[in-house]
Design a protein. Structure first.
Length: 129
């Protein structure tokens, strides 16, 4: 019996967290949310989730710093990080990939797009487990 995947959402906008929760309602995931970058980083280190959905514009610690810290930590470096942000320009997408993000979704996004990207992130996990 396989356990649910743990998805950490780091976003300070409650309506975005609810949209993501709704988009993943029919998936076998346990969703954990953090409303600021430092809390998100702390949760990522303690939970070591299967996937992190990370906004860039966050209070306390911005998403760029969170991404850099996640990828510099041996515990969290292997966790796929999907940037979900209103900063949808190509420079931000390129920089995010250079820093180790697995994918980049611009807000506003379609729930189907989010589900497709998350399914793609979980494919290697399904093959390994």
């Amino acid at each position: 019996m396989s356990r649910n995947k743990v998805v950490l959402v780091v976003d300070d906008v409650p309506s975005i967290v609810q949209l993501i929760r709704g988009a993943l309602a029919d998936q076998a995931v346990d969703l954990v949310a953090a409303a600021d970058g430092q809390t998100g980083l702390d949760l990522a280190r303690s939970l070591v989730p299967d996937l992190i959905l990370l906004d860039l514009a966050l209070p306390v610690m911005d998403g760029w710093d969170v991404l850099a810290a996640l990828k510099a930590d041996d515990t969290t470096a292997p966790v796929p990080v999907v940037i979900v942000t209103a900063h949808g320009d190509s420079d931000s997408a390129s920089r995010a990939r250079e820093l180790g993000a697995s994918a980049f979704i611009a807000k506003p996004f379609r729930p189907a797009e989010l589900r497709r990207i998350i399914a793609k992130m979980f494919e290697p996990l399904a093959a390994a487990g």
